[in-house]
Write a new protein. Structure first.
Length: 119
């Protein structure tokens, strides 16, 4: 079940952000200073092949695989986003509905609406 991580680093000059997480999802939501949602990043399948769907008002949708930076026999590098066009919308929506019952309703509905609108 998603819960809010309260100690989120805020970046000066950017609007506030909130972070919700559980064992399967990370959801980061970006706001304007007047608390209007600018965008979000929903990372999913953290224990498997982690991917991220990002939506914002400037770029729209982007979908990526997360390269965890693991190279056998070498020092771990920083995770990075790499192109990945495969997004199982139905599976992610079903799981998000189940796991997001305890997050604020306006965030839940906003993200669900964007997930359902993804093409």
């Amino acid at each position: 079940m998603l819960y809010e991580f309260k100690d989120v680093r805020q970046i000066e000059g950017e609007g506030p952000r909130r972070w919700f997480l559980d064992d399967y999802f990370d959801l980061i939501v970006w706001y304007t200073d007047s608390e209007i949602i600018l965008g979000f990043q929903l990372c999913y399948d953290k224990p498997g092949m982690e991917r991220a769907l990002t939506w914002d008002t400037v770029h729209g949708y982007r979908h990526h695989k997360i390269d965890d930076g693991e190279l056998p026999g070498q020092q771990k590098m920083s995770p990075i986003l790499v192109q990945d066009g495969l997004f199982d919308t139905e599976k992610v929506i079903k799981r998000f509905i189940k796991e997001s019952a305890d997050i604020p309703g306006e965030i839940r509905e906003f993200v669900l609406d964007k997930l359902k609108s993804y093409m």
